[in-house]
Design a protein around this ligand. Structure first.
Ligand code: NAD
Length: 328
């Protein structure tokens, strides 16, 4: 009975992953999807005899499509553990401080907005853009360099000279609301199905086969991480500042926080303030600031142990309502 339930949930979640990552046409809200995934994870934990490395609880939802050359990441691209509850966020900080008593006094986290677009990895060698690759299955992604070159805010040559010889810069490609609305108006005029939300429109646009068409869509990119074997600094917050100096667009809203109360205040502030932004956010990402502590904490098969995403509940409902509105 339990085995049957687990298999059913795995197959349903695989179908939703396909609709979301490959077709960019989800049929359920993120909140419903996350509830099903949590239900499956709980069943698998209670029944370890049914462990399967191919279960969607163990794998990153893959965005690989035909039509683009596959490219391997130097550093794996992970998903994020997520929560909708402030209590679980507190548990996260308590767990980190338990495992790392040395950070108990003045443990530092960075709170960032969670941009709701599609993840991208930009490779730079000696300060020059080499390629842009989607997250894919976390190990290998689609090489979308020709499309990414059309995004003007992404530098092809970096400023300064303190960047690593080889690095992967990670961020989010998104479609600002005004471009999204313009695109959907055009699609309705041309009797094409409009995109359900800006996230799907961004992910779909990045996978177009014509860079000229991509350029017309108005994609934007915001960068939030650096990966390299020769990191030029010891903390994530310093890395964000470096990214800005090298010429990348970063978020001016990222904040260094020294306590759970400061993290909670950031979340409460952005729960409403995000509606003033011209682009979609679906939560807040909390990251341990110190790279050495990050390395010590490591990752599961799917997500780093040093970060967690707090998801805004209302956004999932709003996204759903929007998709219903468009489909009637
Ligand atoms: P995720 O969205 O939960 O978190 C990881 C991603 O967050 C990263 O890959 C990155 O792209 C992004 N991100 C945005 N801002 C960031 C920042 N400041 N720092 C670091 N990363 C940042 O990732 P996921 O694994 O792609 O997807 C899971 C989510 O997608 C779930 O929460 C689920 O709700 C949704 N989903 C929905 C459906 C559906 O059918 N509705 C299907 C599959 C997945």
């Amino acid at each position: 009975m339990t085995a049957e339930k687990i298999l059913k949930l795995r197959s349903l979640i695989d179908k939703y992953n396909y609709e979301y990552y490959t077709l960019n046409r989800p049929t359920v809200s993120d909140h419903e999807f996350d509830k099903l995934l949590a239900e499956l994870a709980a069943l698998e934990t209670e029944n370890p005899q049914f462990y399967d490395a191919n279960s969607p609880t163990q794998r990153i939802g893959a965005d690989l499509t035909s039509g683009f050359a596959p490219a391997k990441h130097h550093f794996a691209m992970y998903s994020l553990a997520n929560t909708y509850s402030e209590g679980e966020l507190r548990d996260f900080t308590v767990r980190i401080q338990k495992e790392h008593p040395e950070v108990e006094d003045g443990a530092e986290y960075v709170a960032e907005l969670k941009f709701d677009g599609t993840a991208i990895s930009l490779t730079y060698e000696r300060g020059r853009f080499v390629r842009a690759v989607t997250r894919g299955d976390g190990t290998t992604g689609d090489d979308v360099s020709a499309n990414v070159r059309t995004i003007r805010s992404i530098p092809m040559v970096l400023q300064g000279d303190d960047f690593p010889v080889l690095m992967e810069v990670r961020g989010e490609i998104y479609l600002p609301f005004d471009s999204f609305e313009k695109l959907n108006r055009q699609r309705v005029e041309e009797q094409e199905e409009p995109f359900a939300n800006a996230r799907n429109a961004a992910a779909g646009s990045l996978k177009l086969q014509s860079p000229a068409e991509v350029a017309a869509r108005g994609l934007e990119c915001i960068l939030y991480a650096v990966q390299s074997e020769q990191m030029p600094c010891a903390t994530h917050f310093e890395a964000l500042a470096k990214l800005g100096k090298w010429g990348f667009r970063t978020s001016e809203h990222s904040r260094l926080c020294k306590s759970i109360d400061q993290l909670a205040a950031f979340i409460r502030e952005w729960e409403t303030r995000r509606f003033t932004l011209g682009y979609a956010t679906d939560g807040v990402v909390i990251k341990v600031n110190d790279f050495r502590t990050q390395r010590d904490l490591g990752s599961t098969a799917k997500a780093p142990r040093w970060a967690v995403a707090y998801k805004f509940k209302a956004e999932s409902v709003a996204t759903r309502l929007l998709s219903i509105e468009f489909s009637v």
